[in-house]
Design a protein around this ligand. Structure first.
Ligand code: PGA
Length: 239
């Protein structure tokens, strides 16, 4: 099984969600690819209805670790449970860098997700400065060290170099293979490791051809249903 997950970020209205899922279900019927969509919180309920009974799973882009209380603007695990999300995405680089989420906070979120039996998509990745100064492995290790022993069957890790996200620039295929294999060696589990960062219809085949890449976390290109369908097909063909 491979995984093609679409992270819509702060895009996608309720109307967009309905139209998109209808179109996607007409476009693809993957037998060997697990597809999941991560719309904004405001569209999660509608996403639940739209994908109901289909091959498409869905999840939230974030979650707070407390159960309830005075945490203005936050969403609790119980709220997501009520909607029935299949996954919770944690540690996306935009959460880490724009909203200053720390490794410690992300560990608490991961524990809370597990208490509610949500599989987690845990994102990691180095910045350009970190790559240039040769500390990529150290950064990845630091991001994983607190959660390494907590990750469990059903969870996924997404390796997304920050400098590749939304830039149209990707690492070389060798660099992707090297980083993913390093993550897998470090984790020493069978947890699938996805690649993310400027995956699009032009490079999906090449990335899918790297055997140890278990799938893709797609941002911008997942907003266009035809392009997302091409990416899903690329990963299906390379199983
Ligand atoms: P991108 O985003 O595909 O737009 O680069 C990937 C991500 O942020 O998950």
């Amino acid at each position: 099984m491979r995984y093609v997950f679409g992270n819509w970020k702060m895009n996608g209205t309720i109307a967009f969600t309905r139209d998109y899922v209808k179109a996607l279900l007409n476009e693809v019927r993957p037998a060997t690819v697990q597809v999941a969509l991560f719309p904004p919180f405001t569209a999660l309920s509608n996403m639940a209805d739209a994908v109901n009974g289909s091959f498409v799973k869905f999840g939230s882009q974030n979650m707070y670790f407390e159960e309830s209380g005075a945490f203005t603007g936050e969403i609790s695990p119980a709220m997501l449970e009520e909607i029935g999300v299949d996954y919770v995405l944690l540690g996306h680089s935009e959460r880490r860098h724009i909203f200053n989420e720390s490794d410690e906070l992300l560990m608490k979120k991961l524990e809370a997700a597990h208490r509610h039996n949500f599989p987690v998509v845990f994102c990691i990745g180095e910045t350009l400065d970190e790559r240039k100064s040769g500390v990529t492995k150290d950064v990845i290790k630091r991001q994983l060290i607190l959660v390494k022993d907590l990750l469990r069957l059903g969870d996924l890790v997404a390796y997304e170099p920050v400098w590749a996200i939304g830039t149209g620039v990707t690492p070389t295929m060798d660099e992707i293979a090297e980083s993913i294999s390093w993550v897998k060696d470090y984790l020493k589990t069978d947890i699938p490791v996805l690649y993310g960062g400027s995956v699009n219809k032009g490079n999906a085949k090449d990335i899918a051809a790297i055997n140890i890449v278990d799938g893709a976390l797609v941002g911008g290109a997942s907003l266009k249903v035809d392009e997302f369908a091409i990416i899903i097909k690329a990963f299906g063909e390379n199983n």
